[in-house]
Design a binder for this molecule. Structure first.
Ligand SMILES: [Fe+2]
Length: 306
């Protein structure tokens, strides 16, 4: 499948309350590598199978949550094209100059109807320790911690889900892969810009701009089990799992970083092709949709966000 335009989730910037505790979590436990520390205190990290300089940015702040979720696009020309399409859609675009994050070119920013800041960029330096490309070994160094392969997707909570769907599909060429309907409209949407079952998802929530989780991809169900073992050994608070999602079919654990931001390790799932129909869930089946084995939501799924 040819992928053009928006390629994938590229960079997420999270707020953490205590940087050293956060690094112990994301580097030692999740298994990301620290790439650099900025003079402003931000720390840049990447997963072992990512080619670009960094994918996760941590910023120390007095409240947890997400500053921005940025997608990489395939060219500078696409960046210009999407700027016009976002403005034609009726939203204002702002510009972040090259170098605001080390090694990253100019970025476009837009605050969408759910209250989240979404960004697009094209240019980013390659990682010094990128995966090998000449007679490659499967990795340079054995993955550590939970062995996160890549930053995979996010789930965000906010109002105006119908407008969010219209924006991603109408202005950025995402496709809706799965949705949960209620008699009052959409409760949740899962959208793909690629061959994945989702690259970003939203659940309807009264308060704008809330963060539900950031997911890291793992190799398989055994890796999810190993991650669970590490969480118990290191007292990482588990929200739920190991279990499976009905929606996306991913094998999963939800857990929390020391600041209360929810993380997920995620494996499996299906490949999505653009000719596939939308998978539709009735709200009465959402328990099985979210937590396939338990068949009921825990209270935290709809209430605990940062
Ligand atoms: Fe997820």
């Amino acid at each position: 499948m040819a992928m053009t335009g928006v390629l994938r989730p590229g960079i997420v910037q999270l707020r953490v309350l205590d940087m050293e505790a956060a690094l112990k979590h994301y580097a030692d436990h999740v298994g990301l590598d620290v790439v650099s520390r900025g003079e402003d205190g931000r720390v840049y990290l990447k997963a072992w199978d990512e080619f670009d300089r960094h994918s996760v940015v941590l910023r120390e702040a007095d409240h947890a949550g997400m500053d921005l979720f940025a997608f990489k696009v395939d060219s500078e020309a696409s960046l210009d094209r999407f700027e016009k399409r976002i403005e034609d859609f009726g939203l204002a675009v702002d510009h972040v100059p090259a170098g605001q994050q080390p090694g990253v070119g100019r970025r476009l920013g837009v605050v969408i109807a759910s209250g989240h800041r979404i960004e697009l960029y094209h240019a980013i330096e390659p990682a010094e320790e990128h995966p090998e490309i000449h007679n490659p070994y499967i990795w340079r160094q054995a993955p550590h911690g939970m062995g996160a392969i890549r930053m995979d997707h996010g789930l965000l909570y906010g109002p105006n889900i119908e407008q969010v769907l219209a924006f991603f599909t109408g202005a950025l060429d995402f496709q809706l892969t799965e949705k949960v309907d209620t008699p009052d409209g959409l409760l949740g949407i899962w959208m793909s810009c690629s061959n994945k079952a989702h690259d970003i998802a939203f659940v309807k929530h009264a308060e704008p701009g809330k963060f539900h989780h950031l997911a890291f991809y793992l190799e398989d169900w055994n890796a999810v089990g190993h991650a669970a073992d590490l969480m118990i050994r290191h007292d990482v608070p588990i929200d739920i799992g190991p279990t499976r999602h009905g929606i996306t079919r991913g094998q999963t654990i939800y857990f929390f970083d020391p600041s209360g931001n929810r993380n997920e390790v995620f494996a499996g799932s299906y490949h999505f092709y653009p000719d596939e129909p939308v998978r539709c869930w009735d709200h009465t089946e959402i328990g099985r949709g979210i937590f396939y084995y338990q068949k009921v939501l825990n209270d935290r799924f709809l209430t605990v966000v940062t």
